[in-house]
Design a protein around this ligand. Sequence first.
Ligand SMILES: NC(=O)c1ccc[n+]([C@@H]2O[C@H](COP(=O)([O-])OP(=O)(O)OC[C@H]3O[C@@H](n4cnc5c(N)ncnc54)[C@H](OP(=O)(O)O)[C@@H]3O)[C@@H](O)[C@H]2O)c1
Length: 347
Amino acid sequence: MIDSLRTARILVVGAGALGGVIAARLRASGRPVWIATRDAKTAATLRATGLHVSGVGGTLAVEVTEVAPLDAYQESDTFDVVVLATKAQEAMRVAPRLVRMLGSDGVLLPIQNGDVAQALAERVGSSQILGGLSNLGATMKEPGTYEQRNAGHLLIGELSGADTGRCERVREAMSGGVEVRVTANIRGAVWSKLLLNCSVTTIGAVAGRTMREYIALPLGRRLFDLAYDEALTVALAAGVHPQRMLVDPIPPGWSGRSVPGEAREAWLREILAFYGDVKPSMLQDFERGRPTEIDFINGHVADLGRTKGISTPANAAIVETVRAISRGELHPDPSLLGRTLDRFGGT
Ligand SMILES: NC(=O)c1ccc[n+]([C@@H]2O[C@H](COP(=O)([O-])OP(=O)(O)OC[C@H]3O[C@@H](n4cnc5c(N)ncnc54)[C@H](OP(=O)(O)O)[C@@H]3O)[C@@H](O)[C@H]2O)c1
C-alpha cells in the first residue's frame, strides 16, 4: 500500500511530450518525482535546463535534479507509482525491468495509445500493472520544453475491473499535479480510443490529411467505414465493452456492421466535431522519420482478429501501407487511400 499518499515515490519513464508535461506538473505540485530518460545526454540537458511547460493549464518552470537515464536506476530504487510514458514498442521492452523496481504494493501505469497494459500484463504476468490512457495532449518543442494542448486527464483502472482501491491511491498520489480519473472499464475506454486511432488517426496519416479532408473523398470514407467496423467487431468478439468517451463507440443501428443512414451521418459529424481538424500524430511520426506505433493500433486489431477468426483486411492493408511509408517507399497522399483498398480488392 502507498503509505503516505503525499510522499508516494513516483517515477516517470520517458520525458517526451506526455512524460515531460506530467513530470513537470507533478514536480510543480511538490510531489516527489523522479525521471528516467533514454540516455545520459537528455538527462544532463534536463538537469541543466529544468522543465518548462506552456499552453493549457498555465506556464511553469521547475528545476529537476532527480533525473537519470533508465539504465542508471537500480532495481533497489523502489517506487510506488511508475508512469510509463515511452512509445509502445519501448514500453514493452522496458516494462519487465520496471516491474522489478516497484515497491511491494507499487503499480506500473502504462499510458500509451493501444491495448499496451493488457499486452504487458499477459507478457510480464504481473498483477502490478494498471490500465491507463491519456486524454491529455502534449507536444515537445525540445527536451525540457513542452506544450500542453488541452485540459485533459489520465484515465486509469484495474484491468480486471475490480475495485482494489489502488487506482484511488494513484489518483490521490498525483492530485494537485495531474488530473487522474478512475474507471471500472479501462479496457473499454482504451478500445474506444483505439477504434478512433485505427481509423481517424492512421487513415489521416496515410492520406496526409485531416479526417475532415479525407472523409470527404469517397475512398477515404470507404476505408474509414471498413477499418472502424472491423476494429469494433474484433473488440466485441474479444469481450470488450467499448466505453463512451466523447462519442458513442458503437454507431447507431450497429448490427455487426455499420448501417448507412442519417443517424450514422450524425454520429460521424460528432466525431468530426472533436477530431476532424486534428493533424494525425502518426503523420508527425512520418515527418520526423520516427517509428510509428502501427503494430499496436491497426496491427493489434489485425492480430487479435486472427486469433478470433475475424477477417480484418482493411486494417491489415493499412498496416502494410504504413510500413511502406516508414520504409520510404511511399509518401502520405490521398492516392494511398485507393492503393490501400486495392490491396484487398476493397474499392
Ligand atoms: N503526446 C500526446 O499528446 C499523447 C496523447 C495520448 C497518448 N499518447 C501516447 O503516449 C505515449 C508517449 O507519447 P509522446 O508523444 O510523449 O512520445 P514522445 O514525445 O516520443 O516521448 C517518448 C519519450 O520516451 C523516451 N524513451 C524512449 N525509450 C526510453 C527508455 N528506454 N527509457 C526512458 N525513456 C525512453 C524518448 O526518448 P528519445 O526521444 O530520446 O528516444 C521520448 O522522450 C505514446 O504511446 C503515445 O501514443 C501521447
